[in-house]
Design a protein around this ligand. Structure first.
Ligand code: ATP
Ligand code: MG
Length: 370
C-alpha cells in the first residue's frame, strides 16, 4: 500500500481531519444569500491548512447542482480568467447561452474576443461578466469564487471593484479568500480592497490532538502496523496539532516502519532528525524570516527559558524593556499565531520544536563571523 500521508503544500491530503463542523457549517452558510459568509477570508499561519480548507469547501459546494465554483489564482488576469472559467464550468445549455453574448467567442482554447474588441479593457470584461451573471441568475445558479493567497495587486484591485458592484446588485456570487495575516492587513491601505476585509474571518488554528491520535491509530492499525497507545500519543504530541506536521510525521513514520511494520521509540528516534529538517526547511525558515527584529528578540527570550510555558514577567526581565513594549510584541506574535496564551500572563510556542529551532538559529548567528 502506498504511503497515505502527503506532506506537500496546497494539495488535499487523502487523510483529511475535519476541524469540528467547520467545513460543513461554512458550506451551509453559503447556501443562505444573506449570510455574512458571502465574503469570507480564511487566514492562519503558513502550513495551517488554508488552501486545503478552501479546496474542501469548494469541492462540497461544487457537488451541489445549483452551484458553480471558480478557482482563481493570484498573478493571473483575474477578470479574464473568471470569464474563461465560468464558461468551462458551465453545462452545455449554459455554454450556449454564454456563446450568444455579443463579442464573445469560446473555443477549445478558452475565451476569445471577437475582432471588434481587439483590445479588451476592464469595462469590456465587466460587461461580459455581467451578461454572464445575468444568465446564471435567470437559471438560479449561484457562484462561488475562491481566491488563494490574496495580496494587494493591480489585478485584485480591479476584481474587488467589480465584485463590489456584483455584491451591491444582489447577484448570488460568494467569494472565499485565503491569506497570511500580513498580506491581508495590507488590503487596508487601498480603498477598493478594504471592502473585502469586511468579510467574515475564518481563523484556522491547530488540529485537535486526540483527533490526530485517533487518525494515526486508524491508519496504522488498518495497514497492519503494530503500535502502542503510548507511542501514538507521543506522535500526536510531536505534531502539536500543526497540520503540516501531522502529514509529515505520519509520512516519515510510515516509511521508516514499513519493513518491520512496528512503530516503537526506535522508529521515532530514527526519523526525528529528518522531521526537524523538513519542518525547518519547508515552514520555519519562512515563518522566522518574516518576523521583525524585535519579534525575534521576544521569541528568543522565550526560547531561552527553561520552562515550556513562559511568564511574561520572565520575558520582560530578560529583555529589560517596559511592559507596554512587551505587551505590544506579545500581541503581534499572538496575532501571527507564533505563540499562544496558555494562561493569564503566560505564553508558549504554537509550533512543534519551534523553541529548538529558534535556539539553533541564534547559535548559528552567534558563531557566524561576519
Ligand atoms: N484538515 C487537515 N487534515 C489533515 N492534514 C491537513 C489538513 N489541512 C492541511 N493539511 C496538511 O497540511 C499541510 C499544509 O496545508 P496547506 O497547503 O493547505 O496549508 P496553507 O495554510 O495553505 O499553507 P501556505 O500558507 O504555505 O499556503 C499539507 O501537507 C496538508 O496536507
Ligand atoms: Mg496555501
Amino acid at each position: 500500500m502506498n504511503n497515505p500521508f502527503n506532506p506537500s503544500f496546497g494539495r488535499i491530503p487523502s487523510i483529511f481531519l475535519n476541524r469540528g463542523q467547520l467545513v460543513d457549517n461554512v458550506v451551509q452558510e453559503l447556501e443562505n444569500p444573506n449570510s455574512p459568509y458571502k465574503i469570507s477570508i480564511v487566514y492562519g499561519m503558513r502550513g495551517v491548512g488554508k488552501t486545503t480548507f478552501l479546496t474542501e469547501v469548494g469541492r462540497k459546494i461544487e457537488d451541489k447542482p445549483e452551484w458553480i465554483v471558480v478557482n482563481l489564482a493570484m498573478g493571473s488576469d483575474l477578470m479574464a480568467t473568471l470569464v474563461d472559467n465560468l464558461y468551462m464550468k458551465a453545462n452545455s445549455n449554459l455554454q450556449k447561452a454564454f456563446e450568444s453574448i455579443r463579442g464573445l467567442n469560446f473555443s477549445a482554447f478558452g475565451l476569445q474576443l471577437s475582432a471588434e474588441i481587439s483590445k479588451p479593457t476592464l469595462s469590456t470584461y465587466q460587461g461580459i461578466l455581467t451578461n454572464m451573471f445575468n444568465q446564471l441568475k435567470k437559471r438560479g445558479i449561484k457562484t462561488l469564487i475562491t481566491l488563494d493567497e490574496v495580496k494587494t495587486s493591480k489585478e485584485l484591485k480591479s476584481f474587488a471593484a467589480y465584485y463590489q458592484i456584483l455584491n451591491r446588485e444582489d447577484y448570488e456570487v460568494a467569494l472565499m479568500m485565503t491569506g497570511l495575516l500580513e498580506n491581508i492587513s495590507e488590503l487596508q491601505n487601498e480603498d477598493v480592497m478594504t471592502f473585502l476585509l469586511r468579510g467574515k474571518r475564518i481563523a484556522l488554528s491547530a488540529l485537535n490532538l486526540s483527533q490526530i491520535e485517533i487518525s494515526y491509530h486508524n491508519v496504522f492499525k488498518k495497514s497492519g502496523y503494530q503500535v502502542t497507545e503510548a507511542i501514538l500519543r507521543k506522535m500526536a504530541l510531536m505534531t502539536k496539532g500543526y497540520s503540516y506536521a501531522f502529514q509529515l510525521l505520519g509520512y516519515l513514520v510510515w516509511n521508516a516502519a514499513e519493513e518491520n511494520k512496528l512503530i516503537d521509540q526506535n522508529v521515532l528516534d530514527k526519523i526525528k532528525n529528518e522531521y526537524l529538517i523538513e519542518l525547518d526547511q519547508n515552514a520555519y525558515m519562512k515563518i522566522f524570516s518574516n518576523l521583525s527584529k524585535q519579534d525575534k528578540k521576544f521569541v528568543l527570550a522565550m526560547a531561552q527559558s527553561s520552562n515550556k510555558r513562559v511568564t511574561i514577567k520572565e520575558i520582560r526581565e530578560r529583555l529589560d524593556r517596559p511592559s507596554n513594549f512587551i505587551a505590544n510584541y506579545r500581541r503581534r506574535l499572538l496575532d501571527d499565531q507564533i505563540i499562544k496564551a496558555t494562561s493569564y500572563g503566560e505564553v508558549a510556542f504554537t509550533l512543534p520544536f519551534f523553541k529548538e529551532y529558534v535556539l539553533q538559529q541564534y547559535r548559528f548567528e552567534q558563531e557566524m563571523d561576519y
